[in-house]
Design a protein around this ligand. Structure first.
Ligand code: IDP
Length: 145
């Protein structure tokens, strides 16, 4: 096991529906360290850059429109095996296939509107974290030494 950091987003659908508190509760209970957190909003160009790997997919336009449609919360989550553990807590991309108790099972309303995002590799986590946070804003420990 190794300490890792991953980027988590609470997507516009979940923020709008008032699920932010429940999602942050699940983050803390898991537990993860919230190394950084901010409420923000992606514009179209930022959403296109964030999801550039999906540029050729038929759902790309809808995804970009959705992700720039309202406020989101961006978090850097830290902990042992944080990347995989956050993806497990999120559940499968398609909420209909997500396990009971996962965030997508609880809060997603469609394949696209699936409440949360998590990086899919440590390399992508680095890139994605840098989109939202400077290094100085990311504090790995809750208790400063
Ligand atoms: P992930 O978010 O579980 O890593 P990805 O395959 O990277 O899944 O897809 C990114 C996001 O694009 C998904 O979370 C979902 O919001 C959206 N998405 C993925 N596949 C579809 C689809 O077939 N139709 C509509 N939206 C999709």
């Amino acid at each position: 096991m190794a300490y890792e950091e991953t980027l988590a987003l609470i997507k516009p659908d979940a923020v709008k529906a008032g699920h932010t508190g429940k999602i942050i509760e699940a983050v803390i209970a898991a537990p993860f360290t919230i190394c950084a957190i901010k409420k923000t909003m992606l514009n179209r160009a930022m959403a296109e850059r964030f999801y550039a790997v999906h540029r050729e997919k038929p759902f790309f336009d809808d995804l970009v429109q959705f992700m720039s449609s309202g406020p989101i919360y961006a978090m850097v989550l830290g902990g042992e095996s944080a990347l995989l553990r956050w993806r497990e807590l999120m559940g499968a991309t398609n909420f209909e296939e997500a396990a009971e108790g996962t965030l997508r099972k609880r809060f997603a309303t469609s394949l696209g509107r699936n409440a949360v995002h998590g990086s899919d590799s440590l390399e992508n986590a680095c890139t994605e974290i840098a989109i939202f946070f400077s290094r100085q804003e990311v504090l790995p420990c809750d208790i400063p030494s």
